[in-house]
Design a protein around this ligand. Structure first.
Ligand code: NAI
Ligand code: MG
Length: 368
């Protein structure tokens, strides 16, 4: 009996549907070649278009509709005409928070063939996994807007750092570092944020005692931003707060191939709820509808989904196929200096996955 993975697709706005389509093709190809599992996709038309029609980003029972799925595969949400805080808070953050996806995994790895703006770096010198707290911190949404619109208006935006929330993300990161046999770096800002980040540093030191085998480092976020550029090889596994992780991983994306390549997974480690896989980039209204969006970020997040389901072999094969496509440089979208469209790049990756599989089995058709 084949294992069937039920996947909820929220392709979203702008280039979201364009790139997700290519990820679906790659997932289907991996399943077809493996033969022991398959995907059952259900599409949900939620996002800004839905909002403009219904006044809400998703139905009120949206989370209930998603609950029984094995994973969510999301494109991007956001469109001109809908305030960004609405599209973010009423869809993406609702899912991340409602499904307790408190781990955000963002690999910053310079793949073979990926463009890098830093000179003289070897590929293996950019190879980190950023683990971002994804449920509270600076993005907890706690605050108030007093005397709105009046000359003496006051705005409060409160960071929330609970012991449970802080400890579980740090523990997750230590487990990951131990599993990978690599160092763990905590990034915080205890000198200026004299409650939240002093607490964060304290919890990091406490949890570290349970992992004497893991080498640890601790940086202030401003220094870390500099070292991301100057000496990225300092970082292996990284753990940081919601806001710092958000910003640092865009910086990381910039040094490891660009936004068209960066992927992220929102994980509920206990697997009580579906986890969500998505490219880091947004809906790119400036290029939406032109068919030139880079699908590689969405395809990388599909490979993270394969890893999550225990098919790390296929996850690796997909990444390897992406590397081959980038090294050959024949099928690339304009953001990577190429002239191909989204579908051609997706097809190139799918064909590599197929070809490599046939080579492994020794069944490559003789075309001569
Ligand atoms: P963006 O990531 O959509 O675009 C930034 C720049 O990168 C643009 O020039 C765009 O053309 C380019 N770009 C992004 N992805 C690309 C791809 N796959 N291939 C080629 N070029 C790509 O960020 P921006 O412009 O700040 O936001 C646009 C909208 O997306 C906003 O409404 C924002 O709120 C939303 N957004 C949604 C996110 C999500 O759903 N996870 C994340 C970030 C932004
Ligand atoms: Mg971001």
């Amino acid at each position: 009996m084949k294992k069937v993975y039920k996947i909820a697709i929220i392709a979203g706005d702008g280039i979201g549907p364009e790139v997700i389509n290519e990820g679906i093709k790659v997932l289907n190809k991996a399943a077809e070649l493996d033969g022991k599992f398959e995907f059952d996709f259900t599409h949900f038309p939620w996002g800004c278009e839905y909002y403009l029609e219904h006044g809400i980003m998703m139905p009120y029972d949206g989370l209930n509709q998603l609950r029984s799925f094995d994973a969510i595969y999301l494109g991007a949400v956001g469109a001109p005409g809908v305030p960004d805080h609405i599209s973010l808070w009423d869809l993406l953050l609702k899912i991340r928070k409602g499904f307790n996806q408190y781990v955000n995994l963002r690999p910053i790895t310079l793949l073979e063939g990926a463009p890098c703006p830093l000179n003289g770096l070897k590929r293996e010198q950019i190879d980190m996994l950023v683990i971002r707290e994804n449920s509270e911190g600076e993005y907890a949404g706690a605050g108030d807007w007093l005397y709105k619109g009046q000359p003496h208006e006051v705005v409060l935006q409160t960071g929330i750092f609970s012991r449970v929330g802080t400890e579980r993300i740090i523990r997750y990161a230590f487990e990951e570092a131990r599993k990978q046999g690599r160092s763990l770096t905590s990034i915080s800002k205890g000198n200026a944020l004299n409650y939240s980040m002093v607490f964060w540093d304290q919890v990091f030191e406490e949890v570290a005692k349970d992992y004497p085998d893991v080498e640890t480092h601790s940086y202030l976020v401003d220094a870390a931003a500099m070292f991301f550029i100057k000496q990225p090889w300092r970082f292996e596994v990284v753990v940081t707060s919601n806001l710092f992780g958000d910003i640092l991983t865009d910086l990381g994306a910039a040094i490891a191939g660009g936004l068209g390549l960066a992927a992220g997974a929102n994980i509920n480690p206990e697997r009580e709820y579906p986890s969500m896989f998505e490219p880091i980039h947004g809906s790119a209204p400036d290029i939406a509808g032109k068919g030139i969006a880079n699908p590689l970020a969405a395809i990388w997040s599909a490979s993270q989904m394969l890893d999550f389901f225990g098919h790390e072999d296929w996850g690796k094969r997909v990444l390897h196929a992406m590397e081959q496509v980038m090294v050959e440089g024949i099928f690339l979208t304009p953001d990577m200096g190429g002239t191909s469209n989204t579908e051609q790049v997706g097809a190139a990756v799918t064909e590599k996955v197929l070809y490599n599989h046939q080579s492994e089995l020794g069944t490559v058709p003789n075309t001569r």
